[in-house]
Design a protein around this ligand. Structure first.
Ligand code: CMC
Length: 424
């Protein structure tokens, strides 16, 4: 076994070094504090492995993303979202019988308790759907208490996976003031979501297969991304033995931020701003480089990908294919392509290895599918749900899991005496 040596004030310490299945190296510093008295300082956790995981592999330099060993490109082309959800949660691809049973369980649990509709009524129509979605995810724990019994956990996982789709569509219906549409058991997962989003009592909705396939592709591409901000949040909350609904609700909140899943909404708002401002993409590239401005190119850059984001590559092509198949022209697509081209030829972006990420083209496809901008991050959450569940389950079943509790370096005042208010 190889080891790493650390010298602190002339004293030498040795720590085990181990390898992952893709030969990633890690220094095991679990005993760092007890052996040396020092802690590891790593703000943003860019160098910290918080767990061992067999779910998703990313090689950011090579632009590789695999779920349970399967390349994202193959899953995007050949699989479905439900099959990928099974794969992530159970660790292997299902056979036909297993997939059928899984689908039937999703159908069985797809309805939400009627009282949940009363919760929707309490929100103003202007509420952001992510605020409502987070509240609905945690509310499920009030309707389906979790007793940490393995069988109940398994049922609650299926409930969450099935009902999240219904809740997401209800969020949209609430925001536009239309009656909620109940799920249909004869439709696929993505078709049923589209039906619940767009059907009206006065007009049946005929699902366009191009739209359903494009949605399924988007969900597959978002399904997991190892220890990102929201997955780490799910694990962090779950490490206190909080139930799966509570942990995933926390993940929804983490996802909402504009640096994470909220970026897909921001990208479209940015492209619209560029369009209204005359379409000068170079002006916005310059603004993103200006350190006096807070503006960033949304949908650009990634903590891990430093060559290209394989999801963005698939989506850039899908955006063309879907818009062509639906006979949609979207001027924002041309602006996005112009912006990408300008940034990729700019030294600032080249030196920092900033490339379009998954959020750059996804919004253009969602728009073509008729999904409004404020629902984009909910769509990301819908896609990411099996990943959160898989991460939660792996954490929950791992005997090495301890409550997550980072340390800090204190930089505040040293001890001082309390002064009465009239002496301050
Ligand atoms: N526009 C302009 N400059 C950028 C951008 C950007 N989008 N992203 C990073 N930089 C610069 C940053 O200013 C820094 O420059 P310098 O070295 O001169 O200080 C350098 O590149 C490194 O950036 P960082 O902020 O240290 O990188 P990070 O790994 O902490 O942040 C990120 C990653 C994704 C938060 C960031 O690239 C970003 O803010 N991008 C825009 C938001 C976005 O698209 N988020 C979606 C991420 S992918 C989907 C998901 O998983 O959520």
């Amino acid at each position: 076994m190889s080891t790493a040596k650390l010298i602190i004030n002339d004293k030498e310490f040795e720590f085990p070094v181990f390898e992952g299945s893709e030969h990633e190296l890690a220094i095991d510093v679990a005993k760092l504090r007890s052996a040396t008295g020092a802690i590891a300082y790593d703000p943003g956790y860019g160098n910290t492995g918080s767990c061992m995981s067999s779910i998703t592999y990313i090689d950011g330099d090579q632009g590789i993303l695999r779920y349970r060993g399967y390349p994202i490109e193959q899953l995007a082309e050949k699989s479905t979202f439900v099959e990928v959800a099974y794969l992530l949660i159970n660790g292997r691809l299902p056979n036909a019988d297993e997939l059928d049973k899984f689908n039937k369980r999703l159908i069985k649990h797809v309805m939400v308790h009627e009282d949940i509709k009363k919760l929707f009524e309490a929100y103003p129509p202007s509420a952001h759907p992510m605020a409502v979605m987070s509240a609905m995810a945690i509310s499920l724990s009030a309707f389906h208490p979790d007793l940490l019994d393995p069988e109940i956990i398994d049922t609650n996982i299926m409930r969450l996976l099935a009902k999240f789709k219904t809740l997401a569509a209800f969020c949209y219906k609430k925001s536009v003031g239309q009656p909620y549409v109940y799920p249909r058991s004869d439709l696929s997962y993505s078709e049923d979501f589209l039906h619940m989003m767009f059907a009206l009592p006065t007009e049946p909705y005929h699902v366009n297969p191009v739209v359903a396939r494009a949605l399924d592709l988007l969900l597959v591409l978002h399904a997991d991304h190892e220890q990102n901000c929201s997955a780490s949040t799910v694990r962090m909350v779950g490490s206190s033995q909080a139930n799966v609904f509570a942990s995933v609700a926390a993940g929804v909140n983490a996802l909402w931020g504009p640096l994470h899943g909220g970026a897909n909404q921001e990208v479209i708002m940015m492209l619209e701003e560029i369009q209204h401002d005359g379409g000068d993409v170079q002006k916005y590239v310059n603004l993103a480089k200006d350190k006096n401005s807070k503006f960033r190119l949304m949908g650009f850059g990634h903590r891990v990908y430093k060559n290209f984001d394989p999801r963005a590559k698939i989506l850039a092509k899908a955006a063309d294919d879907v818009l062509n198949a639906l006979h949609v022209t979207d001027p924002l697509l041309d602006i996005a392509r112009g912006l990408e081209d300008a940034a990729l030829h700019d030294d600032y972006f080249v030196e920092r290895k900033l490339y379009p990420n998954v959020d750059f083209y996804s919004g253009i496809i969602y728009r073509a599918l008729g999904i409004p901008t404020n629902m984009f991050t909910v769509m990301f959450a819908l896609g990411r749900l099996p990943g959160w569940i898989a991460q939660w389950k792996e954490m929950h079943n791992d005997p090495a899991t301890r409550i997550n509790r980072p340390r800090q370096i204190y930089t505040g005042e040293t001890v001082r005496d309390y002064t009465p208010i009239d002496q301050r």
